[in-house]
Design a protein around this ligand. Structure first.
Ligand code: CU
Length: 290
């Protein structure tokens, strides 16, 4: 499978060099919400890998506690029921048991706290990042820009409607006309803010959920393991079209990203057939909101 993906990527890269001034992306991995899905999405970043690990560890501990308590309660209900135990014990204190039920929970909480705190700081404290993207929430779409690359203008990422999504074979309510494009294996700083009301830029497979608040610039980071398309959704109820502001992140090879930037970041090329004019469409939407 890996070999096939690698082959497809190579073919995709070949296609790019053949078609001048067109930036096409190799279609490979897709990670996002799935109908009926109830567990985490596949981990795409080190933060999400740790997050799933901490979740599983806590899950094991609480399951063990629940089983222990239920079994103990069952045993007590049966063993000490009135008919079997007509003269109940008058015991009110037992120092050893009291020490155990104090010390054991403390140890368990410390075992949970150490990796939890580690994860919290891993998410919160940015490492030395290699590039920055700026994400601005708008009602109801996302504006993306690269403060590091002035030749790439800020662009609007709007959801594809049902027909458009079907035409390009991408998931409706997740696919956009112009995804955020980032290189693989790169520590990316994300600056998140909003121009009107609150939104939240949430990428479950990245372990990222950052509020977009007007007047405040929040920051977070990610480093994606593998190339592919990753989907998220606005996760702060922001108004009537909250359901209709998906997030699409295209993770490409470093070489492909360099070509994309050199080409001025033409994000809409692969949707040219759909006749979407991002620059004008976006401007119209912004103007309508002002
Ligand atoms: Cu929203």
């Amino acid at each position: 499978m890996r070999a096939i993906n690698a082959m497809l990527s190579t073919m995709g890269a070949g296609a790019v060099s053949l078609v001048a001034a067109t930036v096409a992306f190799a279609q490979d991995k897709q990670v996002g919400p799935e109908p009926g899905g109830w567990f985490f999405q596949e981990a795409a970043t080190p933060v999400m890998t740790d997050l799933i690990w901490v979740h599983n560890m806590v899950q094991i501990i609480i399951t063990a506690i629940v089983i222990f308590v239920v079994v103990l309660m069952g045993y007590i209900c049966i063993r000490f029921r009135e008919s079997k135990n007509p003269v109940p014990s008058k015991t009110s204190h037992n120092t050893l048991i009291e020490i155990i039920w104090t010390v054991v929970p403390v140890i368990l909480l410390v075992i949970i706290a150490i990796p939890s705190m580690n994860l919290l700081y891993k998410q919160d404290r940015l490492p030395e990042t290699e590039m920055t993207v700026k994400v601005v929430g708008n009602t109801w779409n996302w504006l993306y820009s690269y403060p590091d690359y002035e030749n790439v203008e800020e662009w609007v990422s709007s959801p594809l409607d049902k027909t458009q999504a079907e035409t390009v074979g991408q998931p409706y309510l997740l696919a956009t006309d112009a995804p955020l494009v980032v290189p693989v294996g790169t520590k990316v700083k994300v600056l998140v803010t909003s121009v009107n009301n609150m939104h939240s830029w949430a990428m479950p497979s990245f372990g990222v959920k950052m509020d977009a608040v007007p007047g405040i610039i929040n920051e977070t980071w990610f480093e994606v393991y593998e190339e592919g398309t990753y989907y998220g959704q606005c996760s702060e109820i922001c108004g009537i079209n909250h359901y209709y502001m998906p997030i699409e992140v295209k993770v490409v090879s470093k070489a492909e990203f360099a070509r994309f930037i050199a080409a001025g970041g033409e994000p809409a090329d692969k949707f040219a057939a759909l006749n979407i004019d991002d620059a004008n469409g976006g401007a119209a939407i912004i103007a309508a909101n002002e």
